[in-house]
Ligand binder design. Structure first.
Ligand SMILES: Nc1nc2c(ncn2[C@@H]2O[C@H](COP(=O)(O)OP(=O)(O)OP(=O)(O)O)[C@@H](O)[C@H]2O)c(=O)[nH]1
Ligand SMILES: [Mg+2]
Length: 384
């Protein structure tokens, strides 16, 4: 170790050497990396530390996977109803139930800790969003929250999670707690799915493609895989990735989930400063300020969910009347996708369809099954 490292970095390294558990080692090494200045003289040292860290993390995820299998993973999900399932996650008293009431026109008791999840439907411009109000998360260690793992399991199975942050309390702390419990549960909300394909096989050895996109060599990647007990697999890397991306790809428990941040109690004095601070902390995530008391933010949440999930709404017409509920599809969907939703027979008996599009040059188009639809299209299907 070079002698000219800052004292704190040296102390962290000492802590690493003395650490007994894998978790402690990982924490100390992470600390060491963050405390070591980055320049030419420390380049090699940091690289070495990063490789060791990666190995330790993979070892830990392997261990957790085995423990989970033995324990029987807690699996809780709430049956989906409507077009989208949206969960509300946050610390105690931040306003989740008040928000739930505002969105779903419910009258659940507020100001008293929620013990069991509540379920309701938020109808927003033709889209039925199933909202799940959850009991609070108490701290960074999920096992300190009653049924904490079950709560995260519900989040894991939903389509999008709302991180509910109270603007009248320490926003930095709230975000830190929520990010930590999600990360530990391997629910990734702050980065896209990496361009990595990882497939375990039963024979053929370890095959690696695209090592040049990482800071590691093929040999080093191979070493990581063997340290996880993997002897046969394909690892394909198709673009620039960092250590976190590789870790996520190799850990099969990882899910990538959409998230929005909902900043509550925007009506209270001082909330603007907290809102501005929050936006700088959660770079990349959409932040929606709301006030349940003033009933502000409903539209923005509905719109936010639709945009984040890339949804489009298609309206069907029957006897000249437009339906109240839209057919909700993902951007890029075609007339065929919509037809399948309406009736299983519609594709087979399909003759043609008329699409009415408000802001298009041609307002009314006669189209076939492969025609790509857009948000707001009015669709009439003619069958044999
Ligand atoms: N000023 C203001 N107070 C709010 C707002 N939303 C909620 N509150 C108050 O905050 C307190 C907690 O609200 P709840 O909705 O019960 O909070 P919660 O997050 O469901 O609480 P737990 O279930 O314990 O996690 C209540 O006293 C609410 O009246 C808001 O928009 N503005
Ligand atoms: Mg509540």
């Amino acid at each position: 170790m070079p002698a000219n490292l800052p004292a704190e970095a040296k102390a962290a390294y000492q802590k690493y050497l003395e650490a007994k558990t894998l978790e402690e080692k990982i924490r100390a090494l992470e600390e060491f990396i963050s405390l070591t200045p980055k320049h030419k003289g420390t380049e090699k040292l940091l690289m070495h530390a990063k490789k060791t860290l990666m190995k330790l993390k993979l070892e830990l995820s392997k261990k957790q996977e085995i423990a989970k299998k033995r324990r029987g993973a807690p699996y809780f999900s709430i049956p989906k109803e409507g077009d989208v399932q949206f969960t509300l996650l946050g610390l105690p008293g931040v306003g989740k139930t008040s928000l739930f009431n505002m969105l779903t026109e419910n009258t659940k008791e507020v100001g008293k800790t929620t013990i069991l999840p509540s379920i309701g439907i938020f109808k927003y411009e033709g889209v039925w969003i199933q909202v799940i109000d959850l009991p609070p998360i108490l701290s960074e260690n999920i096992d300190e929250t009653p049924n904490g793992r079950a709560l995260l399991s519900i989040v894991r199975n939903s389509d999008i999670v709302g991180l509910v942050i109270d603007l009248s309390q320490d926003v930095k702390w709230q975000i830190k707690v929520l990010f930590k419990v999600l990360k530990d549960a391997r629910i990734v909300i702050d980065r896209p799915k990496p361009p990595i394909r990882f497939l375990k096989l039963s024979r053929g050895g370890i095959q690696i493609y695209g090592a040049q996109y990482t800071v590691f060599s093929i040999e080093e990647l191979k070493e990581f895989l063997t340290s996880m007990g993997i002897q046969n697999c394909i690892l394909e890397i198709h673009g620039p990735v960092d250590e976190e991306d590789i870790l996520n790809a190799l850990d099969r428990r990882t899910v990538f989930k959409k998230a929005i941040v909902i900043a509550t109690k925007g009506d209270l004095p001082g909330s603007y400063g907290a809102y501005a601070e929050l936006k700088t902390i959660v770079k990349g995530l959409r932040v929606i300020p709301v006030s349940a008391i003033k009933r502000i933010g409903r539209t923005e949440i509905g719109r936010g969910i639709i945009e984040e999930l890339n949804l489009i709404r298609i309206w069907t017409k029957k006897d000249g009347k437009i339906a109240e509920r839209a057919i909700v599809l993902t951007r890029g969907a075609t007339v065929k996708d919509a037809a399948e939703r309406i009736h299983s027979d519609f594709v087979r008996k399909f003759k043609f369809a008329i699409v009415e599009r408000k802001y298009s040059k041609i307002r009314k188009m006669r189209v076939g099954l492969s025609f790509p639809l857009e948000d707001g299209d009015v669709l009439t299907i003619y069958t044999d």
